[in-house]
Unconditional design. Structure first.
Ligand SMILES: CC(C)(COP(=O)(O)OP(=O)(O)OC[C@H]1O[C@@H](n2cnc3c(N)ncnc32)[C@H](O)[C@@H]1OP(=O)(O)O)[C@@H](O)C(=O)NCCC(=O)NCCS
Length: 170
């Protein structure tokens, strides 16, 4: 758990499911090109599926009081078995530029370090320029060429990675 001002970051639990769903659906509406899932398919998911995702997805939520304002998750990505992957990154527009996003990445980095894994990777859509700048600023560097996104091949995903032993920004 970490905090910045009034914002506290902690793991997501099954009991957070309503806020978790709302925030995730907001993310998918707010920046649809950033994600492999769509608002349309996700909004049809039953509550049980959201609970499962909240419980097992290694999600972290940022709370300002009772209000969930940011999220990120850590997981695996099979082509990089010796790394862990950052997924589902989103911060409510009111909290951008505050450092909450960095703190969320820090939690996923700490989770990764806790597994004795020292590479953290992610995919970012090349046209989502604020996210690309954000990740660069945290020391992530591009790895290989950008590849078409499966769901929409007009979009391209750039893999970025960082070595956590030499990264003191997260
Ligand atoms: C991506 C996201 C989590 C980053 O959090 P944030 O609080 O906005 O990030 P920061 O403000 O700390 O950093 C953003 C950087 O982009 C820069 N920036 C801002 N607007 C920009 C734009 N339109 N184009 C390019 N860079 C931009 C900022 O100056 C800052 O760079 P700096 O640190 O060198 O000054 C947040 O913007 C977000 O949730 N976006 C919508 C969802 C999304 O894109 N998720 C990414 C999924 S891979």
């Amino acid at each position: 758990m970490s905090s910045r001002g009034d914002v506290v970051i902690r793991p997501c639990y099954a009991t957070d499911v309503e806020q978790f769903r709302e925030l995730r659906l907001l993310a998918l509406r707010d920046e649809p090109d950033a994600y492999g899932s769509t608002y349309e398919e996700s909004s049809r998911r039953p509550t049980t599926a959201w609970i499962e995702m909240a419980k097992t997805g290694n999600y972290f939520l940022a709370f300002d009081g009772d209000r969930a304002v940011g999220m990120a998750s850590g997981g695996e990505f099979s082509p990089y078995p010796h790394a862990r992957w950052l997924y589902g990154m989103f911060v409510h527009a009111d909290y951008r530029g505050t450092g909450v996003a960095r703190d969320l990445v820090h939690e996923v980095a700490e989770w990764t370090r806790g597994l004795s894994v020292m590479t953290l990777g992610l995919h970012v859509t090349t046209t989502v320029s604020r996210a690309v700048a954000f990740y660069r600023g945290l020391g992530f560097v591009p790895s290989g060429p950008a590849e078409p996104m499966q769901r929409d091949p007009t979009l391209h995903l750039q893999t970025m990675t960082t070595h956590l032993l030499s990264n003191d920004r997260i």
